[in-house]
Design a protein around this ligand. Structure first.
Ligand code: UT7
Length: 322
């Protein structure tokens, strides 16, 4: 393993102003606050305003992360946006974010790994910085999942929300303790049709809506999550007991609790935002990081495990010394 290490310098989150509660949803589809809370733990979600695009959310979260790092966009030379809901089929949303932030050097591109996108983007930025392709990255997870929903399908439309989270990642000095210690990324395309959109540019010339076999996703989620969590712990010689914080993808409270129990994690070490944000896909992990850093839970020196699982299936985890 290379001696070079990247670390997360700052984090920032952005949530659109409009909040939609479960009661609001029960006026649109045949559902109830009780069903949604019991099956998912979700109480509310944020919904992007008309004309507010994924790049707007991403740029807002990016600005916040830059502000929290105390640096200017001129000091960033790589932007990666993890998203499944790009503004347009092309160019990459990252290029639009680059323009919105006023960056005219370096490089910017998107990563498409659905809910695992942010963990994939951390792994990619970490590798690129260590290999000298860039020096300091703005890694963003941003989604307007509400635009992909079929608002007549109660089995999916109650689950998702909009938002964005961003981190500044840079190369640490030799010997520095903090850093991204290990990342494990996985996918298995045999499961693609358990969570997908029923359209796309090449197949239907449209974007389609989210379709999901919820029980099938649920069945695989906990095993896949724990698989990559143990992998990064093994790779770094750490154990579950060493973790200060577990920051999982926020898809469903029952999946988070199931993974936490299987790993033997005390609930107070698990960061949960799914109640307020619902599933924001690639934005969920950086938004949860932003919440836990802002309220003082995650502090410099803490050992933090992030993980996600989603469409593809894709899954991954990263162990970070904050
Ligand atoms: O990043 C990964 C993204 N995906 C996920 O994380 C999803 C993983 N899966 C899940 O979270 C759960 O499977 C769901 C929350 C989607 C569903 O929970 P479930 O306990 O697996 O329910 P179910 O699909 O077995 O449905 C139970 C019942 C059904 O009624 P019948 O057939 O028993 O009469 C559904 O029609 O609940 C009904 N139902 C609803 N009722 C009220 C489904 N959606 C709703 C709803 N409101 N929104």
């Amino acid at each position: 393993m290379s001696e070079k290490k990247t670390f997360i310098r700052s984090v920032g989150g952005y949530l659109p102003a409009q909040v939609m509660t479960n009661d609001d949803l029960s006026k649109i589809v045949d559902t109830s606050d009780e069903w949604i809370q019991q099956r998912t733990g979700i109480k509310q979600r944020h919904i992007a305003a008309e004309g507010e695009n994924t790049s707007d959310l991403a740029a807002a979260a990016g600005r916040k992360a830059l502000e929290n790092a105390g640096i200017d966009i001129a000091e960033i030379d790589l932007i990666i946006v993890a998203t499944t809901t790009p503004d347009m089929t092309f160019p990459a949303t990252a290029a639009i974010v680059q323009q919105k932030l006023g960056m005219h050097h370096g490089l910017a591109f998107d990563i498409q790994a659905v809910c695992s996108g942010f963990v994939y983007a951390i792994g990619t930025a970490d590798s690129m910085l260590k290999n000298g392709l860039a020096r300091r990255a703005l890694v963003i997870g941003a989604e307007t999942a509400s635009r992909l929903l079929d608002w007549t399908d109660r089995t999916t439309c109650v689950l998702f929300g909009d938002g964005a989270g961003a981190v500044v990642v840079e190369l640490g000095k030799p010997g520095e303790e903090r850093g991204v210690l290990a990342t494990a990324l996985r996918s298995d395309g045999q499961h693609w049709n358990k969570l997908y959109t029923d359209g796309g540019p090449s197949s239907t010339k449209s974007m389609g809506h989210i379709r999901m076999e919820g029980r099938e996703v649920f069945k695989h989620a906990v095993g896949m999550i724990t698989d990559v969590v143990y992998k990064v712990l093994d790779d770094t010689g750490h154990t579950i007991a060493d973790l200060d914080w577990f920051v999982p993808h926020q898809a469903n409270r029952r999946i988070i609790d199931g993974a936490g129990q299987k790993l033997g994690l005390p609930p107070e070490k698990v960061v949960v935002t799914v109640d307020r944000h619902a599933n924001t896909s690639a934005a969920s992990v950086p938004l949860a990081l932003a919440a836990a850093v802002a309220d003082g839970r995650i502090k410099r020196g803490d050992l933090v495990m992030i993980e996600a699982m989603g469409g593809g299936f894709t899954w991954g985890a990263s162990l970070i010394r904050w």
